[in-house]
Design a protein around this ligand. Structure first.
Ligand code: DAH
Length: 344
């Protein structure tokens, strides 16, 4: 029996030694020391022993049990330690690795240009207004001195939704809306940036949807020279102090007189080149003195009040400022294009 126990001890120790996981040790404990374990099994036969042999074998059995228990204990501590080390190793942070680069986005070029223009005019006392993109025929045309049969309506091919509703073809209706809001009593300066829509075929310089910024200043004694001074300040801040402006007579139904404004070409300094089509000048916006009829329809007495208005396309401004050659670049969201204009 003694040999039997010693053999069991030997086997158990060998198994413990070979064990690689805590779970295995648990199984070994059950197999040898559990209620139905091999040692327990041997001890059950003790009844058959002589009274002299019993304490001797009992002692051996206890020793074997303790040895196995201790060995399991020792080995499980070892395995736990190994497991912990493994975990620590796996979770270790290599502080010498270079950090991961954060891919930060930035404002879209069009957004930046619109905000830049807004800031310029806010600095001159203008407030920023908004208006609906789905507009009534009245505000988009009629209130701007374009009655239903007016031929100038053809200048702007429109997307009609119903007979009376359309996608606004320009931001000018916000002029009429703002005059109405101030009830013909209050002088004001406002700009309105926003999307506009035209039935155009898209190409490098045309888009069925684009952006405009409208400007309107109404007060007593507003003069053409005020418009010129304002736009001159704008052009120099936007394109550089060395730029000059010139105004040419033009026609818009909502202004009288109407002008188109050019800036001197940056590429050739006014000498004439392919960018300015050899004129030395580049057209950037339209404007003029608010037509008395438009003032009147807006509720302002044209004998008391006068005003100037202007409208520009921020895409065009950005194209001239940064040499962008295709207006579609603003809408296709090619990250390689947009990234070039992110300020750090
Ligand atoms: N609404 C005009 C257009 O889309 C631009 C414009 C011209 C706006 C003259 C104005 C203005 O306010 O005075 O072509």
């Amino acid at each position: 029996m003694k040999e039997q126990l010693e053999k069991l001890q030997q086997d158990a120790l060998a198994q413990i030694n070979a064990a690689e996981e805590l779970k295995e040790l648990q199984d070994i404990r059950v197999a040898y020391l559990g209620k139905k374990g091999s040692i327990t099994g041997v001890l059950k036969g003790m009844g058959k022993l002589s009274p002299e042999e019993r304490p001797v074998i009992g002692e051996v059995a206890n020793k074997v049990r303790n040895t196995i228990t201790d060995a399991i204990e020792e080995k499980s501590q070892k395995l736990e330690e190994i497991a912990l080390n493994k975990q620590l190793e796996a979770e270790a942070i290599d502080v010498t690795l270079p950090g991961r680069k954060v891919q930060a986005g930035g404002p879209h070029l069009l957004t930046s240009i619109v905000e830049e223009i807004e800031d310029l005019f806010i600095g001159m006392g203008y407030e920023v207004k908004e208006g609906p993109e789905v507009e009534t025929d009245y505000f988009n045309f009629e209130a701007l001195n374009l009655p239903k049969d007016h031929p100038a309506r053809d200048m702007q091919d429109s997307f009609y939704i119903t007979n009376e509703l359309l996608l606004r073809t320009h931001t000018s209706p916000v002029q009429a809306r703002t005059m109405k809001e101030y009830k013909g009593e209050k002088p004001f300066k406002m700009i309105c940036p926003g999307k506009v829509y035209r039935r155009d075929s898209d190409d490098a310089t045309h888009s069925h949807q684009f952006t405009q910024i409208e400007g309107l200043f109404i007060d007593k004694k507003v003069r053409m020279s005020d418009l010129k001074g304002t736009l001159n300040a704008f052009a120099k801040k936007m394109f550089g102090e060395d730029r000059n402006i010139r105004m040419r007579p033009s026609f818009f139904p909502f202004t009288e007189p109407s002008v188109e404004m050019d800036i001197s070409c940056k590429v050739c300094n006014g000498e004439g080149c392919s960018v300015c089509k050899h004129t030395g000048w580049i057209e950037i916006l339209g404007g003029g003195m608010v037509h008395p009829k438009v003032l009147e329809m807006g509720g302002y007495d044209p004998k008391v009040y006068s005003g100037f208005a202007f409208g520009m396309g921020p895409e065009r401004i950005a194209m001239l400022k940064y040499g962008v050659s295709d207006i579609r670049s603003f809408y296709t969201n090619d990250i390689r294009f947009l990234k070039q204009y992110h300020q750090a």
